[in-house]
Ligand binder design. Sequence first.
Ligand SMILES: [Mn+2]
Length: 348
Amino acid sequence: MNPEFLDRFAAALPTSGAVLLCTHRHPDPDGLGAVVGLSYLLGKKFGLHSELVLEGRIRRAENVAMRQLLEISALPKGGVNPADYHGVMVVDSQPGFSHTHPPGGLPVLVVIDHHDGPASATGEEPADYPFQWVDSNYGATSTMIYDLLRHYHVEPDKRTATALFCGVRYDTNNLLRGATPADELAFRELENLADRKIIGAIDQPPLTRAYFLQMQEAMAACQDYGTLLLTLLREVQSPEAVAEVADWFLRLEGQQWSLAGGACDGRYQISLRCDMPDADAYPALRYIIGSDGSCGGHGRMAGGQISLTDLSIDQVREQVCRRAVELFGLADVEPVFLVPEDSSVRER
Ligand SMILES: [Mn+2]
């Protein structure tokens, strides 16, 4: 982190008034943590009012709990009057990403993100925005925001520290995934300032009956190809449910890849996970999704979607299954259901 570079953040800000903050669709703890932290910095250090505008509902139980317990309020996307704001700041994502659409009619003033993407790909091109900080070495955008707070000598209050801590914690899986020394420092310092009761409650949120039904459906649908577990659902309650299903089945002993899919909000969502240390999930999912959709990812996880405008859910399921089987060389494998239909009467 270059201190002179961070000084440029202040130059990108309006001198008074209000700005909007946004992140990617269906925000996760890192996106939420980053907006809470940035909002705190803008208010404390620069006297600027900021509001969050949310795209997509938050439905994963942990994320719902985080939003409720930390009282993170947001404007609906249609509820923004551009005349009330000087501009937009985008965190944990970038304006060019397919899952991120800053409200129109306002200039993008600040982009802070740890994903590789349009802004980092511009190479030697001058920055597109007054302050653009994209660094994929960071394990979490919440860590970048924490570094910015430190740079301006602003100590986060309990709520802000709790939000940022959740962001660092979930994006790095408790520092086990892609964490740098900066993430470790942020994790340790924020943990000391954070509200432990709230963290515990976010960790173990109440789950709806619909959640258990969804998992039951996933259990019944999961097909075992040996090295691949394939769980292609029809309608699901949320895009995050697809990722949860993929994560959950990856824990089965002996398997290597877990691919899950489900339809939500006019798109077929797909998540791919692998438990081999050096696996690269993104190119694999790129192949499986083909030219019909978009995807992203790093390391052992990738996610993407295919639009259901021109294809039916079953057409997409069939296509995803065919490409996955082809990619992993499983054409000769006859899959079995992970949970056989007569399993209730079997002794194991
Ligand atoms: Mn993130």
